[in-house]
Design a protein around this ligand. Structure first.
Ligand code: OFO
Length: 167
């Protein structure tokens, strides 16, 4: 494996691990405030990010590289509102997308078409996750401070997610 690419993929492991920890923290935040639907949504998201991380670990190791498991800092848990929670979600996804685009850019520079091909799965995944994050944030903007709106958002969020995945 090209050393520069191995380094970038190892950094990507860290970003996926950070996203997984962040979403677990967000799930826990929601769980303790009566937003059980939102909590389930983020428990699932956290699990998905862990899967993304493991996929990278295996890929690096199977291609004669060495995956390095990173230490990660404590995720945020000081959200003031559902809106802030979902703004953080979107920002996190945009950050990961930018990092994935950078890996792809370097793959093309270094002609590593194998890794380039592997990373396409992440590109598709990011597109979907960013779209979900944006849509949910848009819905919260419509709802504003309306408490019954928050109740319905929490009740319906996982139905919505399934519909997005199945579309
Ligand atoms: Fe790993 O899929 Fe989003 O961040």
């Amino acid at each position: 494996m090209i050393p520069e690419i191995e380094k970038l993929l190892n950094e990507q492991i860290k970003y996926e691990a950070k996203a997984s920890a962040q979403y677990l923290s967000m799930a826990s935040w929601a769980d303790t405030r009566g937003y059980n639907g939102v909590a389930d949504f983020f428990y699932k998201q956290s699990e998905e990010e862990r899967v993304h991380m493991i996929k990278l670990v295996k890929f690096i190791n199977e291609r004669s590289g060495t995956a390095s498991i990173p230490a990660i800092e404590k995720p945020r848990d000081d959200f003031k509102s559902l809106m802030e929670l979902f703004e953080t979600f979107l920002k996190s996804e945009e950050f990961v997308t930018a990092k994935i685009n950078n890996v792809i850019y370097e793959c093309l520079q270094l002609k590593d078409y194998n890794v380039h091909n592997f990373m396409q799965w992440y590109v598709a995944e990011q597109l979907e996750e960013e779209a979900v994050a944006r849509t949910l944030l848009d819905k919260l903007k419509i709802i504003g401070d309306d408490k019954s709106g928050h109740y319905l958002f929490d009740r319906d969020i996982n139905t919505f997610q399934v519909a997005e995945e199945g579309k």
